[in-house]
Design a protein around this ligand. Sequence first.
Ligand code: CUA
Length: 187
Amino acid sequence: MAAPPIQQESEVVTARAERRWATVAVAVVVALAAVAGYAGIYHGALPQARVETADPTTLHLAGEFAEGNLGSALEPDGSVTVRAVGQEYSFTPQCMVVPTDALVTFRATSADVVHGFLIEGTNINTMLVPGYISQLSARFTTAGEHLMPCQEFCGAGHQGMWAKVKVVDRATFMDMSAKARRLSCVE
Ligand code: CUA
């Protein structure tokens, strides 16, 4: 009659080991969930590394986003800066012209409510928030047109709010730049 006690004892040992490993497994899952949660909340709660502001009530009067300064500007280093403003329910300029094979930096803001700034066929997709300047860069390799539908609901005219980016070859852009300080393809 020695066998049953040994059998029982090994069962107890096995059950204890199983319980211990189950505890470890649950602890690992809880720890991973906590890490994921912390990482998400931590980065979501931090302000952007670089925040530029622009007063939406005086945009049109003076400064970087005054009407005469909007559009595409050729920089001394050969890159291009495009400045634009979104407002209910249009973008200014309505058609932005950029060259192929150059670093193109878009700087834009909103004059009223939150609008979307999305250039189809590129990974430019951001929000225009009144009070803040959004900046993103892109490089276009082929000439053509890209639509820019506003992708943030901004009011009754939202679905009619769009602009476009027209990519022209570099030589054409240089010719245009020789004639004007700010360029657009608004007709
Ligand atoms: Cu502007 Cu939707």
